[in-house]
Ligand binder design. Structure first.
Ligand code: KIV
Length: 259
């Protein structure tokens, strides 16, 4: 398989689901690429999953640039998309463009992801017109966790359903190549997917989306704290690693290693 482009992702709509996972370093990115994952998201879940923060809010541009550069150095065939972290997109359009260009030029990512709906469409339109491919993100926006007062499901009421469809259509008009739908009620996520011509990539949003994304540490059984109930765990790496460390410690203490 050759390098996946944003065009390839767009063309998957209506053919087969887009498969995405998060990765924060070269090791995981290399493994995801070898497994044929279509899109690697260098998510700002970097904060809670790798850096010990409670939320994604403390994650900064330099932290994300370092993680994105590490992922790109694996030379994955998967499309690499970096999250634009908290505090960037509500500043001037010039500043947002400057930060996105840093992700493309310094880290070498293929695209960026921006959390937000209709209100951000003008900024996103400027980015896409400037040659920055953008992955949208609607529904639960974890960067707004302090305003929301916690993580919850979106699109349960008619008003929210209508707004989510408007958000998705505005983002499509602004030129995004796909849209992440996080924690959107399944029926609404299906309606959003049917209302637009670019793929929706669901997380906790049911089977009606055009693709799925999972946080790699959650699906691999590496996360130490809370794991959302919609996650399917495909491995239990925490116990595998803990057992390996214990065996190593006992081998060293009992002088069985080195032999
Ligand atoms: O930061 C992230 O990992 C994300 C996914 C949860 C979609 O935005």
């Amino acid at each position: 398989m050759g390098k996946v482009s944003t065009r390839d992702i767009r063309k998957l709509k209506g053919t087969r689901p887009v498969v995405c996972v998060t990765a924060y370093d070269s090791t995981m990115a290399g493994l995801a690429s070898e497994a044929g994952i279509d899109l690697i998201l260098v998510g700002d879940t970097l904060g809670p999953m790798q850096l010990g923060f409670e939320t994604t809010v403390p994650v900064t541009v330099p932290m994300m640039l370092q993680a994105a550069s590490s992922v790109v150095r694996a030379k994955p065939n998967s499309l690499v998309v970096a999250d634009i972290p908290f505090g960037v997109v509500r500043r001037s359009t010039d500043y947002v463009l400057e930060v996105c260009c840093r992700f493309m030029q310094e880290a070498g990512v293929d695209a960026v992801k921006i959390e937000g709906g209709e209100d951000l469409a003008p900024v996103i339109a400027t980015l896409t017109a400037s040659g920055v491919p953008v992955l949208g993100h609607i529904g639960l926006l974890p960067q707004q966790v302090y305003q929301l007062g916690g993580y919850r499901k979106f699109g349960k009421t008619e008003e929210q359903r209508v707004q989510l469809i408007r958000d998705a259509q505005a983002l499509e008009q602004a030129g995004v190549f796909a849209i992440v739908c996080e924690m959107v009620a399944a029926e609404t996520a299906t309606a959003v997917s049917e209302a637009i011509g670019v793929p929706t990539i669901g997380i906790g949003s049911g089977v009606g989306c055009d693709g799925q994304v999972l946080v790699s540490t959650d699906m691999l059984g590496l996360t130490s704290g809370y794991v959302p109930s919609f996650v399917k765990q495909y491995a239990n790496l925490r116990s595998t690693i803990a057992d390996a460390f214990k065996s190593y410690a006992s081998d060293v203490r009992e002088r069985k290693f080195p032999s």
